[in-house]
Ligand binder design. Structure first.
Ligand code: BGC
Length: 471
């Protein structure tokens, strides 16, 4: 038995004998391990900006090749997200997370050891697939194991891990830059990748997946490991009843009439998370600061690390509030702040305006924007994608929504430099504010509150609101 297995078993025994605190610490441990996929998601999307500075001269990369080395990760993630749904159904949530971890290790090794640009691009694509797999399987796995009252907090830990990964990539790039050690920068991902694979091995499979496959006894055992109550029969019955009413997990059933409103919410939230411009700030912050008058490389690095820190800290706000206030209030408040800061950023970056206070205003706008994203669309999108769909179709519907997120991410990252060159920064940020306004109407009208409901209660509420038919 591995040390980790012994440790978790010990933890489990101790939580069983302490009713009231019960399964939550164990569920937290499982969450932290699955969330390593989020850490790698953040790390591997962030690390390339610093590494590229040294890869460009070594491999003589032109602008197109540079764009490809960066963008191929997003394309890989799109593919990984599409594979993730079917994989999570076929082999289980746990094994899909393990596969994601293995792909992180492989991709990191390939890109760190790349003798030429082609190998580097293949390695980055494999990392992208790993990110896609994890972005579907980790939130899904956490949501299916979490007690309903803590689900928001636990799935939000996945987003916290993403933000910590982004910050870690900036810090590691900064530390290794003096020695130009780009291969080490890319290789660092092997460590959390191995922790993900080995940490996941002793973990239980999702009880919902086991029930879907008729493995009731194992589902009961898995549930007992994450609940402090030994009597989980009521929960098992609720899951079984939901599964009995559901259509089978097949791609065509995604378009079933009773599923459409949920799918619209999943895809809509996923796309709005990107088209409100988060990654233009995350990826291009140094350039935005430079345009606002902060020109030295040190200031740009400090500003970038500052954004990373703010992003982590404000995600903690969501973790604290999402199961108390609910998803909708946080989404609506966050979007309001994002729209206001984007509009102000539009004013501050108006071409031809050079007043001295504009630099300070740009920093303030970006700060407010990041805070508002981090306590709303950042975590809540991953949370809701993993909780709004019925049991049998959940993995595939989450996979399509996540793929939509990666596609939108790709389109926004690709078009931002073009929009800035043609429309100017001011109009570009105003355009993202406009998408934010559409998002607010969408959330207000279409997105249900899911706080403290079991996954089965959420599924049932779609059926009631649709007068739905069984399969
Ligand atoms: C988004 C990423 C983004 C990150 C920033 C995630 O939820 O999906 O695209 O880079 O948040 O924290």
């Amino acid at each position: 038995m591995t040390t980790l297995a012994r440790a978790t078993e010990g933890l489990e025994r101790s939580t069983r004998s302490a009713p009231g605190r019960g399964g939550v610490p164990y569920a937290t441990l499982i969450t932290l391990i699955a969330a390593l996929g989020g850490l790698l998601f953040g790390f591997d999307t962030g690390v390339i900006s610093g590494a590229l500075l040294f890869i460009i001269p070594e491999f003589h990369l032109g602008p197109a090749a540079q764009g490809f080395v960066v963008g191929v990760v997003t394309l890989g993630a799109l593919v990984g997200a599409l594979l993730g749904g079917a994989a999570a159904d076929a082999v289980g949530r746990r094994r899909t997370n393990i596969a994601g971890g293995a792909a992180f290790i492989l991709g990191s090794l390939l890109s760190a050891a790349a003798p030429d640009v082609a190998t580097l691009i293949v390695g980055r694509f494999v990392i992208g697939v790993a990110i896609g797999l994890s972005s579907v399987a980790a939130p899904l796995y956490i949501a299916e194991l979490a007690p309903a009252q803590q689900r928001g907090t636990l799935v939000s830990l996945f987003q916290l891990a993403v933000t910590v990964g982004i910050l870690a990539s900036y810090v590691i790039d900064g530390m290794l830059a003096p020695t130009r050690a780009w291969r080490t920068m890319l290789a660092v991902g092997v460590v959390p990748g191995a922790a993900l694979v080995f940490g996941m091995l002793p973990m239980p499979e999702s009880p919902r997946w086991l029930m879907k496959h008729g493995r009731t006894a194992e589902a009961g055992a898995a549930l007992r490991r994450v609940r402090h109550e030994q009597n989980v029969d009521a929960e098992l019955r609720e899951i079984a009843a939901d599964i009995a009413q559901d259509r089978p997990a097949a791609w065509r059933n995604l378009l079933a009439p009773e599923l459409r409103p949920a799918l619209l919410v999943g895809i809509g939230l996923a796309v709005f998370q990107q088209v409100t411009g988060i990654n233009t700030i995350i990826y291009y912050a140094p350039q935005i600061f430079e345009a606002a008058g902060f020109s030295s490389a040190t200031t740009a690095l400090a500003a970038t690390i500052g954004i990373g820190v703010v992003n982590v800290l404000a995600t903690v706000v969501a973790i604290a509030l999402v199961d108390r206030w609910g998803r909708r209030p946080l989404l609506l408040a966050g979007l309001t702040g994002m729209i206001a800061s984007l509009l102000a950023l539009g004013v501050a970056s108006h071409e031809g305006t050079t007043a001295g206070w504009l630099g300070a205003m740009t920093v303030a706008c970006i700060g407010v924007y990041i805070v508002c994203f981090a306590f709303s669309l950042g975590p809540i999108v991953w949370l809701m994608i993993s909780e709004i769909f019925p049991n049998r179709i959940r993995a595939r519907a989450a996979s399509v929504s996540t793929a939509a997120n990666w596609l939108a991410n790709f389109v926004v990252s690709l078009t931002f430099p073009l929009l800035r060159a043609n429309l100017g920064s001011s109009l570009t940020f105003t355009l993202y504010a406009l998408f934010g306004m559409i998002a607010i109407v969408f959330v207000a009208r279409k997105v249900p509150e899911t706080r403290a409901k079991t996954l089965e209660e959420i599924a049932a509420s779609w059926r009631t609101s649709q007068g739905a038919v069984a399969a």
